[in-house]
Design a protein around this ligand. Sequence first.
Ligand code: PMP
Length: 401
Amino acid sequence: MNNQPLVYLDNAATSQKPETVIRAVEQFYRQQNANVHRGAYQLSEQATRAFETARTTVKDFINADSEQEIIWTRGTTEGINLIAQSYARPRLQPGDEILLTELEHHANIVPWQIVAEQTGAQIRVVPILENGDLNLQRFGELLNDNTRILSLTHISNALGTINPVAGLIRQAKEQGAIVVIDGAQAVSHLEIDVQRLGCDFYLFSGHKLFAPTGIGVLYGRKALLEAMPPWQAGGEMIRKVSFSGTEYNDLPFKFEAGTPNISGALGLAEAIRFLNSLDRKALARHERALMSKAIELCSAIPGFTRIGQPTAGASILSFQLTSHHQQDVGLMLDQQGIAVRTGHHCAMPLMETLGLPGTIRASFAFYNSIEDVERFAAALSVIAQGGSFSAADTVPSQSVF
Ligand code: PMP
């Protein structure tokens, strides 16, 4: 990038893909390509088997109880919209409350605003503390008999806060609410067990988990999914259609209208196999080392201000340089081949709470190296001191990219 080796620190936006994932997608189109669930011929049967085996891989990955609880979606956004329209819309009434938090991504705000408008339900918002943790006392106060739905992120994409979801789920369930967890940021950093968490719905996107874009997962408890009407209609989601009426298909197909993203599902299963082949605890240790190094080096840079210092944090470092506009910092880092995200990170209400137009966000994945962090901090230091880059500023990267 700009004649520099790429240092990719925008992993919270999307991840890079392992060779095995790229090969799985390619192999599908080269050797297995056929539509699923339809053909009377062997190729289609093979594609169907691979597609359904991918579903089992996802089920095992998050420890769901059955494949019927795994619905393919386009991503987290589509999953939340599905729940809002299929679960919430027929059930919510005026006086009911939907509890969200100030940490939410727009994908976990706007679908609820739409359903609130459609039903007369109200949205309540749990505030954060100064360090970016959720205000748990206010959570306890806001949760009440009218709370029908708690929907919150497992990890904040803007500040890296890891929410203590297990306890929050327990409290909300005791109050009779159903709980939706936005796992978009969490699946790549934490080991997820939906049964141990006890949530009703859990959502994630393949592309943040080293898999292709356009594929995601909605986990839902079977009893809830069975009671929900289809969201989209068409082929695949039916058992019998006549002009006098239609019989819907069983789970999970009831929620999968139309030809699915077959290669995406295979790519996601391959990404999970890839992750499962690694020691995830060691990956987490490495990511913590990257974060510690980044914080240590950046803290010495004049004008560096970290935004949010959560008690439990993921591999996300949000900050500002007091001397520079955040967008300029992003552009100057890009000139050095360093990719970070700047702006509101699709969390405008959170930025409003923080009183900021946006932040600069460096987000790490296990494949980043300490050298990546050093190059990032060295470039940031030059920017902060108003210097210009020379050839000597460029440290050769040991990154895999
Ligand atoms: N929630 C969070 C916390 C996210 O970080 C993102 C992606 N930035 C989303 C939801 C939306 O995911 P997608 O765009 O893949 O649907």
